[in-house]
Ligand binder design. Structure first.
Ligand SMILES: [Zn+2]
Length: 324
């Protein structure tokens, strides 16, 4: 664990040294537009306070573990939030054998029709809405069977997508968008019982299949560093380039202690909900800050997260999905 942390600090320093200067000089979107007159400036409005409320509300339902009442209640709340933004909200039910029992789970899909001329690209914006039933990495062995709150690991990505849903209703974009909240990402303890919702969706893709996608996971950390996740560069480099270009134009590259994106590879590939999609031929990137000490512990609570981090990521995604 110590070595892991050391490597993290080294990678972070490198990122700041190489890319911090660029962020300081870029001046954000307006100057970027002047330099790129062929690109019309996307509308990137994001209310981080509303997103934060949605993060906290998820926590009031308790752990969102498949097979529990809190899970079903959260599902109902999420469906209602999304139905307020689009008529096209559906549940994709599936079941998975866990501990000898067939546990019911649901992916939640909300579709937004683009304003562009057909044929339009159809993009996926995804996060997982379930939470880990076990705090495997809790420093206190007595707590390792306790379900986690999942403020960052679960609620943060969903909170950003709920605000993006409101923005897509207020300011429709050219592309078709499906917001998909995956269930069963974090059941575990091992990977054969993880990524359940994304595996199910990837096996049951619409025809034609989505063009590309962006996954958000653990993007609420108050000390946010979103690197280029190596599997994303391997399978979906053009999408990752798009995201990091958006972050650069918005002035959201990490500088010093300021949170942000780091346009450098993360030190290890991450297996997450984007992999079943990539393997099914839908290029998808994972925006994730995996350097989060409370990961899979009972300390993954709202006080470790920040509305500002939700805003950085939310605005970057809104910008990226409007770029030509
Ligand atoms: Zn997790």
């Amino acid at each position: 664990m110590a070595l892991w942390r050391q490597l993290g600090s080294w990678a972070l320093l490198t990122g700041v040294l190489v890319f911090g200067l660029g962020a300081g000089c870029s001046g954000g979107g307006a100057s970027a537009q002047a330099k790129n007159p062929q690109i019309s400036e996307p509308i990137v409005i994001f209310d981080e306070n509303r997103a934060w409320d949605d993060l906290e509300t998820q926590l009031t339902y308790g752990p969102r573990v498949p097979g529990t009442e809190g899970h079903v209640n959260t599902r109902e709340w999420l469906v209602a939030r999304l139905k307020a933004q689009t008529d096209d909200v559906t549940l994709q039910p599936f079941a998975h054998l866990l501990g000898g029992e067939n546990v019911r789970m649901w992916n939640i899909l909300a579709r937004f029709t683009g304003t562009g001329a057909a044929p339009r690209e159809h993009i996926l914006l995804a996060a997982h809405w379930d939470t880990r039933p076990t705090a495997d990495y809790d420093p206190d062995p007595a707590k390792r069977n306790t379900p986690i709150d999942g403020a960052n690991d679960g609620a943060s990505g969903v909170a950003v997508l709920l605000e993006i849903a409101r923005q897509l209703k207020a300011h429709p974009i050219a592309r078709d968008v499906t917001i998909i909240l995956f269930d069963g990402e974090d059941y575990g303890p091992k990977v054969d019982n993880m990524l359940l919702g994304s595996k199910y969706y990837a096996k049951n893709l619409p025809n034609p299949k989505p063009s590309w996608g962006i996954l958000l996971d653990m993007i609420g950390d108050a000390d946010l560093s979103v690197y280029r996740e190596p599997n994303s560069d391997k399978y979906a480099k053009a999408v990752n380039d798009r995201v990091f270009t958006a972050a650069t134009r918005l002035g959201y590259l990490r500088a010093g202690t300021l949170s942000g994106f780091v346009n450098a590879p993360y030190r290890v590939p991450v297996v997450d909900d984007h992999m079943p999609l990539n393997e099914a031929g839908v290029p998808m990137v994972d925006l994730i800050d995996f350097d989060y000490p409370p990961w899979h512990t009972t300390a993954d609570t709202a006080d470790k997260c920040s509305p500002k981090s939700l805003k950085l990521v939310g605005k970057t995604v809104l910008y990226a999905i409007q770029m030509p």
